[in-house]
Design a protein around this ligand. Structure first.
Ligand code: 9MR
Length: 561
């Protein structure tokens, strides 16, 4: 008697490593037993579900099925007699390699100003959009030599998200995350192919992808003074069109300190990493470092210029109503930029006079809060640079304390994940919160070698791939219950049923700022709708994809060691 698929059985829909923990969540309290069956239907493991766990968000209850002892590679289903069964999942080595490769390839699909030929893009091939070779200087961004409507060339880069604009602030955290992934696991990327045009240039594909955006970022610095424009944008968002159908004028807008210091951090880190590729990319590393120094000097002269879109629209035309990425505090960007400048040059002077805030609770990286990216870099480079203990020890401690805080009471959590313990985890782009918590846990693992941190990081990857209250696997192209309608212009406009693959959906957000009518729940952990109207729960964005690449690739790299 075949059991039916049941959505109350929730697990990582991609699969599990033979040697790692394997958990599923069974929502409800009626059942106590479960069975794991192999592909032939044979029961290979029979277990008891855990005690009941309460969900603070929905008041629902759940139990955990632990089948970690099943270690043989194969395809399996998990069955709760009387309730039903899960879709089939894998147990095998390298089980997340395709997830990691696809989420990096997601960036290729976001490339601006270039054709995506079928050879690399498959059925999602599309002509180039937004050449960005005739970009106007907005009235908020004029300088000597660059008057209003002066034309500059600023091609390439990645589309930020479901929209077609390019924002320095959000590129900052995205690039920092991807560059850190490379710097933390360089060997892993020697053999990590994502079938992009630069495939055979003997530079790791991860760096090739990053360089596509780096070359755009370099054009966003005003050569006259070193300040960096906030964004390159249409005055208003494009309609739900393919990139090549978009034809609105594009502007660069006001230089400011937040964008400039994000730029400095990225250029310093890229310059440091690309030094090793000098013979293949002559001069690029130096150009990055020169740009970083110029930006740093601009920021010293303009310590607190903020981008305030409302104020700008009161003063200048045309009005700019695309993503604001307005940030009212620059202390964290200064910490990050200073840390990268120090790590690249070895000069302590960059950290002089900067309050590293290492004694405060660790702040998870977001586009507006980036100091922790600087901490990660200081940890990574401290041995080489012989950074003094008084400086680095409190930083290590703050990362470990944060990870310990995440782990407290893990055994009581309804999904056995650190994600969702704090109600604030379910913010706009909550999937990136889960991924960034996972990264913090991996740094704690690096510092302690204690597997409890690694396992909890893996738990957040399980969350993203299906062990969550929405029942969805949040990475497009993966899972038995897939996101099919992300708020992503090409996926909506291309007439192809499957969305562009390898893109991470934003995830539950009880704010529901999009006012879509198709939400079926208001509970924080369920507040998600797979509908392209839902830019607040189902958009994709580069700053969410980057930690997904980090988490999945880093876990793959660690599991292979
Ligand atoms: O990720 C951003 C989120 O933190 C903000 O709350 C939200 C509203 O301002 O904007 C998000 O960023 C969007 C950006 O402004 C424009 N491109 C799409 C981004 C993801 O939704």
């Amino acid at each position: 008697f075949a059991q039916k698929l049941n959505a109350d059985i929730r697990l990582n829909q991609v699969g599990f490593y033979p040697q790692a923990p394997k958990l599923a969540v069974v929502v409800g309290d009626k059942f106590t037993d479960f069975v794991v069956r192999d592909a032939a239907g044979k029961a290979v493991f029979k277990g008891k579900l855990s005690e009941i766990r309460n969900n603070q968000h929905s008041g629902k209850v759940s139990r955990i099925a632990d089948f970690s002892s099943v270690k043989k590679a194969g395809k399996y289903t998990l069955e709760v007699p009387g309730l039903g069964k899960s879709a089939a999942f894998d147990i095998k080595p390298k089980v997340h390699r395709e997830v990691a490769a696809a989420s990096l390839k997601g960036f290729y699909y976001q490339r601006v100003s270039t054709d995506l030929p079928e050879k690399f893009a498959g059925k999602w091939a599309r002509p180039a959009g937004h050449p960005d070779d005739k970009v106007l200087i907005h009235a908020s961004a004029v300088s000597e030599g660059r008057p209003e409507n002066f034309v500059i060339s600023s091609p390439k880069g990645w589309y930020d998200a479901g929209d077609y604009n390019k924002y320095i602030v959000n590129s900052g955290i995205t690039m920092g995350t991807l560059l850190s992934l490379y710097e933390d696991f360089p060997l892993y990327f020697e053999n990590f192919n994502t079938n992009i045009p630069e495939n055979n240039n003997s530079i790791p594909d991860l760096l090739d992808e990053v360089i596509w955006n780096l070359r755009w970022m370099l054009t966003m610095q005003d050569p006259a003074d070193g300040g960096v424009y906030h964004k390159l944008t249409n005055p208003r968002f494009d309609g739900m069109l393919m990139p090549d159908a978009a034809d609105k004028p594009r502007y660069v807008v006001q230089k400011n300190t937040v964008a400039t210091l994000d730029f400095v951090a990225v250029m310093a880190q890229a310059g440091r990493i690309l030094k090793s590729f000098e013979n293949k990319l002559p001069g690029l590393s130096d150009s990055c470092i020169v740009a970083a120094v110029k930006g740093w000097e601009w920021a010293a002269k303009h310590p607190e210029v903020y981008y305030d879109q409302n104020e700008i629209n009161k003063k200048f035309d045309p009005d700019i109503v695309s993503g604001a990425y307005g940030d009212r505090s620059v202390a964290d960007e200064r910490i990050w930029a200073a840390a990268e400048m120090y790590a690249t040059t070895g000069k302590m002077e960059y950290l002089k006079g900067i309050d590293l805030k290492a004694k405060q609770p660790l702040a998870l990286p977001t586009w507006s809060m980036v100091q922790t990216l600087g901490y990660y870099t200081l940890i990574r480079t401290s041995e080489n640079l012989k950074t003094e203990a008084a400086l680095i020890d409190p930083i290590k401690k703050s990362v470990k304390d944060y990870a310990d805080g995440l782990l407290a009471d893990l055994e009581k959590q309804p999904y056995h994940t650190v994600m969702g313990k704090d109600a604030k985890d379910y913010s706009w782009g909550s999937s990136s919160v889960a991924a960034n918590q996972g990264i913090a846990l991996l740094y704690a693992f690096k510092l302690t070698k204690d597997k409890k941190y690694l396992n909890a990081a893996l738990g957040n990857l399980d969350y993203l791939l299906g062990r969550n209250a929405t029942t969805f696997c949040f990475l497009t192209g993966f899972g038995s219950k897939r996101v099919m309608h992300p708020h992503h212009r090409p996926s909506v406009a291309d007439g192809i049923e499957d969305p562009v693959p390898g893109l991470l959906s934003g995830g539950p957000n009880p704010g529901q700022q999009d006012k879509c009518k198709t939400y079926t729940s208001n509970f924080a952990d369920e507040s998600f709708t797979d509908d392209d109207c839902s830019y607040a729960s189902n958009e994709i964005a580069i700053n969410w994809n980057a930690p997904m690449v980090y988490l999945s690739a880093a876990i793959e790299a660690i599991m292979e060691q």
